[in-house]
Design a protein around this ligand. Structure first.
Ligand SMILES: Nc1ncnc2c1ncn2[C@@H]1O[C@H](COP(=O)(O)OP(=O)(O)O)[C@@H](O)[C@H]1O
Ligand SMILES: [Mg+2]
Length: 348
């Protein structure tokens, strides 16, 4: 098979970027691990969207399949940019389409869709301007930049207990992150993340990961934000398989599968969930481009879950490739053909 890995690597010169800007970008070690896994299936080219322009990628020969991990660098639609190019060129790729990637990157739009489908998410409001009215939410609330990932802009201090503290936080964060803020009722219960592989009608939830806050004592508010993910990263705070009774397991799985169905997830995703004070699960957010760091010292929740399901790293990559190929071959999958379409620049 003629394969390409599309990835956004950390740039060599990071002087113009802050630590948070780098959080979503991938390392050469991850690139090498994925390339090694893909090489078992065929030849592999690597396209780094940090250094290549869309024009350079479009000038490439059309591969049989692209393994897309591209996070993009700029803009709220950055995760959607590489797949949008592939759709334009009609090149097949692993993972969700640009519409799903664009929507899920915005936590408010995601919640609006989940709400409509009756999938519980915490009560919330979106703030475009400094707070000038009561939001009618129950304190404590957490305020977070509406369209970020990887814990960016999320710390213990984002959890506040009254109007005055919220007003101060909203003003500071609007200025700092230059985007609307999502203010959500803070759910105090256990936190889980669910890795999913599959497509419409066949999503499989892998063993749940629980975030063990007793192993993150420096987060008294129990927030799995930037510091917990990076500054204090440890494999100890990920419990997998999570110890949950069969009722809760069933409820979480049905929420996760419903979430993937309604958002049009393709091939894989990770869904973050948390319980309220009464033990009821809610969806916090959806990651259709989850991290897959393979290392046992620095591991992603998705990989941890895949290992608990009995997969190796190579097995996981192969499974994702096969899941995408099955999707392209399946009867239900109707890629939108806009025609007449000029030949792709890279076509022979
Ligand atoms: N409404 C909420 N209630 C409780 N904890 C929350 C809530 N929203 C976010 N958090 C905490 O903050 C963490 C990061 O938030 P999340 O929305 O998943 O952003 P990211 O995209 O950075 O992962 C969550 O894993 C959770 O620990
Ligand atoms: Mg999250």
């Amino acid at each position: 098979m003629d394969l390409a890995l599309c990835i956004s690597l950390t740039p060599k010169d990071t002087s113009h970027l802050g630590d948070e800007d780098l959080a979503e970008l991938d390392s050469p070690e991850l690139r090498d691990a994925v390339v090694r896994a893909l090489e078992r299936l065929g030849t592999v080219r690597v396209w780094d969207t940090t250094t290549l322009s869309p024009k350079e990628i479009a000038a490439e020969r059309r591969p049989d399949l692209i393994f897309n991990l591209s996070e993009g660098i700029y803009g709220t639609g950055r995760e959607a940019q590489a797949p949008a190019l592939f759709e334009w060129l009609q090149w097949p790729y692993v993972g969700s389409d640009p519409v799903t990637l664009g929507i899920t990157h915005d936590k408010w739009y995601t919640k609006c869709i989940l709400d409509r489908a009756g999938i519980p998410t915490p009560r919330a409001a979106v703030m475009h301007r400094p707070l000038d009215r009561a939001l009618g939410l129950a304190y404590p609330v957490i305020a977070k930049p509406v369209a970020e990932g990887a814990g960016k802009g999320i710390y213990d201090a984002n959890v506040v207990d009254d109007d005055a503290a919220l007003a101060a936080l909203v003003s500071t964060y609007l200025e700092r992150y230059r985007q609307p803020l999502l203010v959500e009722e803070f759910l105090p219960g256990r936190e889980f993340t669910a890795a999913v592989i599959g497509n419409r009608g066949s999503f499989e939830v892998l063993p749940l990961v629980e975030i063990d806050f007793t192993a993150i004592p420096r987060s008294p508010r129990r927030v799995y934000g930037y510091d917990a993910k990076f500054t204090w990263h440890s494999t100890k705070h990920m419990l997998c398989p999570a110890k949950v009774d069969s009722g809760l397991q069933r409820d979480i799985e049905s929420l996760v599968i419903g979430t993937c169905e309604v958002l049009g997830i393709r091939d894989w995703a990770r869904v973050d969930l948390r319980l309220d004070g009464a033990g009821k699960p809610y969806v916090l957010e959806v990651n259709p481009l989850p991290g897959i760091y393979p290392d046992l010292d620095y591991i992603s929740c998705f990989t941890k879950s895949a290992y608990a399901a009995g997969m190796t790293f190579e097995g996981l990559v192969e499974r994702l490739v096969r899941t995408a190929m099955e999707r392209y071959r399946s009867d239900w999958f109707l890629p939108h053909k806009v025609g007449p379409h000029p030949a792709s620049p890279g076509d022979a």
